[in-house]
Design a protein around this ligand. Structure first.
Ligand code: FE2
Ligand code: FE2
Length: 276
């Protein structure tokens, strides 16, 4: 029976009690191996584009300071924590070698292609990205009984939600005169949701698969596609749609009753997007 997802860890990401890691609960969980390792690749590679984001907002000292002193460091720590977990739980996998191949590929073709045309809309886009990560880690926490992995997933989820809150606060600050209207904001949300589907995750997962010597399926694209579909279905089964819908429509700043009214349809729409 899975533990409740809101069970708080008694430690934070800076003091993980690795001696309590029960590898017997995850050693044979190929699904978790792929999800955790691929997530570690993407989070560590955050360094690639986080400097560019700080440059994009260079004229706002407050935002740049938060990006550099908190956000960037926390994203990379998510990656190093997940890497440390993967190396302990699945020591047969050569993480360093696989990551260097992933990085060469990702830095060439998988990075975020462009920023939104205005600072306000880029803040909306960042809210969408943090919604995606917070909900992913919520779902990951539901996939396991292993207490250290569950604690890590919940701790990262909390930090991703905190990132969302910061980006949302900056969005409100920058859009104080409401020059950016709801249709423009809706457009930014929609574009970013579709962009997310192009999937950095698939790029990371491919490099985990392709460097996994024990599965004997290297270079077999058909096998990889099947595995990827299966893992996507698994994440979607526990995906917190209501939470995602609430976070996605918040920047629209709709009247409360209208926001509550459309949360359901937005959740249904998210389900459709996730399935196609
Ligand atoms: Fe993260
Ligand atoms: Fe984040």
């Amino acid at each position: 029976m899975l533990q409740p997802t809101n069970a708080p860890a008694k430690w934070d990401l800076g003091a993980i009690p690795w001696d309590q890691l029960d590898t017997s609960l995850v050693r044979d969980r190929e699904d978790l191996f792929y999800l955790v390792t691929a997530a570690s690749f993407i989070e560590i590679a955050a360094d690639l584009y986080s400097n560019n984001l700080a440059l994009y907002f260079a004229d706002d000292r407050e935002i740049v300071e938060w990006l550099e002193s908190s956000w960037q460091k926390e994203e990379v720590r998510h990656g190093t924590t997940l890497r440390n977990y993967a190396q302990r739980a699945w020591p047969h996998f050569d993480w360093d070698s696989a990551y260097s191949k992933f990085f060469a590929d990702y830095s060439r073709k998988c990075i975020i292609s462009a920023y939104e045309p205005t600072h306000v809309l880029e803040m909306v886009a960042r809210c969408v990205v943090e919604t995606g990560t917070a909900t992913f880690y919520q779902s990951l926490a539901m996939q396991t009984n292993e207490p250290i992995l569950k604690g890590i997933a919940l701790a990262i989820r909390a930090e991703e939600i905190n990132h969302y809150k910061h980006f949302y606060a900056y969005f409100k600050k920058l859009n104080v005169d409401c020059i950016t209207n709801r249709w423009q904001i809706f457009g930014a949300v929609f574009r970013r949701v579709l962009e997310a589907r192009k999937d950095d995750a698939e790029c990371a997962m491919w490099h985990v698969f392709n460097n996994c010597e024990s599965n004997g399926k290297q270079q077999d694209l058909r096998q990889f596609k099947l595995l990827y579909q299966q893992l996507s279905r698994q994440i979607k089964k526990e995906y917190p749609l209501a939470m995602a819908a609430k976070m996605l429509i918040k920047p629209l700043r709709l009247p409360l009753k209208l926001a509550q009214f459309i949360e359901g349809p937005v959740a249904n729409c998210s389900t459709w997007i996730l399935r196609h």
